[in-house]
Design a protein around this ligand. Structure first.
Ligand SMILES: *[C@@H]1O[C@H](CO)[C@@H](O)[C@H](O)[C@H]1NC(C)=O
Ligand SMILES: *[C@@H]1O[C@H](CO)[C@@H](O)[C@H](O)[C@H]1NC(C)=O
Ligand SMILES: *[C@@H]1O[C@H](CO)[C@@H](O)[C@H](O)[C@H]1NC(C)=O
Length: 282
């Protein structure tokens, strides 16, 4: 009876246009064993980070020390560093995948601004399609000059706020797998796995802001906290591997030919091959 009531109440609330926010259900496993619902914890990621702020006019970042292919067109942003591949509205992205290594972060020399942070994630849209962005990954955050680093996993359907998956263990240098599988332009299933520890988190979201599903993003970001960019933490090289998106016609979209974002002076990135890219402090 309790459950029936709760369900009815929820349906009634969701029907209110004023509460037209998306809804979601989630689950998690540890080494394949389901984790009790009560032990899966989400918290609002506060303050809500803003989206993107590309800056095409910035000068080229240094990349001298890295011997990798640099076939992609360099682009500049104040907060995105990594690859964005595009497709057309007639052959949309169905899913995006990557393995990535969460970095080891420290205070950046000469930066006195806090928090300092760096976020690694994969996502769909937010570049040429700016009204929505579905993304999931990790972030390291240093709140103050003590230099204590917090490592967290999160997901977000922009323009709604992000959630920290606070029950998910994250440590420096952990490898993660992220898979975002859309079932429509407003619904998707996100699976984020901490491979090193065997912790898998899955969330199914419906009623998100409409995606165009034309941008595939593999990004190391200098995030916003509130209306300000965070200080950019020092981070070890972040590799994205087996990075691909699957298109509605079944073809795969990779890294070659992507727009290759750099953050002038603070983050360089390059494709290594069609499935691998790196972002690093130049
Ligand atoms: C964009 O780049 C130009 C040239 O480097 C710089 O003067 C300007 O401050 C940048 N704007 C942002 C928002 O980063
Ligand atoms: C500094 O940040 C750490 C980590 O978030 C926190 O535990 C600590 O209380 C903060 N210290 C001060 C003085 O704010
Ligand atoms: C993505 O979702 C579809 C159903 O919408 C499913 O058939 C497919 O197996 C999923 N792909 C992956 C890689 O999980």
């Amino acid at each position: 009876m309790k459950f029936l009531h709760a369900t009815l109440l929820l349906s009634a609330l969701v029907a209110q246009p004023v509460l037209a926010e998306f809804s979601f259900t989630d689950s998690a496993t540890l080494n394949g064993v389901p984790i009790p619902k009560s032990e899966i914890k989400l918290e609002p990621f506060e303050p809500i980070p803003r989206r993107i702020n590309h800056n095409a006019s910035a000068p080229a970042a240094s990349s001298a020390h890295r011997k990798v292919r640099r076939a992609n067109t360099a682009a500049y942003s104040s907060n995105w560093c990594g690859s964005v591949s595009h497709t057309t509205s007639t052959n949309q992205i169905k899913l995006i995948h990557a393995y990535f290594q969460h970095p080891s972060c420290t205070k950046r020399t000469g930066v006195t601004m806090y928090p300092q942070a760096a976020a690694a994630w994969a996502g769909i849209d937010g570049d040429s399609w700016t009204s929505a962005l579905l993304q999931s990954g990790t972030v390291c955050k240093i709140d103050n000059s003590t230099g204590v680093v917090r490592n967290e996993a999160w997901w977000q359907w922009v323009p709604s706020g992000a959630f920290t998956i606070s029950s998910m263990p994250v440590a420096a240098n952990d490898w993660f797998e992220v898979l975002i599988n859309t079932t429509s332009t407003t619904a998707a299933k996100i699976t984020l796995t901490n491979i090193s520890q065997g912790y898998a988190y899955t969330v199914t979201v419906t009623g998100g802001a409409t995606l165009a599903r034309v941008d595939a993003d593999w990004i190391l970001e200098r995030p916003y906290y509130g209306s300000s960019l965070a200080g950019f933490a020092q981070f070890t090289d972040v590799w994205f591997q087996e990075a691909y998106a699957t298109l509605s016609n079944g073809a795969s979209l990779g890294i070659l030919g992507a727009k290759q974002y750099q953050i002038s002076g603070t983050c360089a990135s390059a494709e290594y091959d069609n499935a691998d890219l790196a972002a690093w402090v130049p």
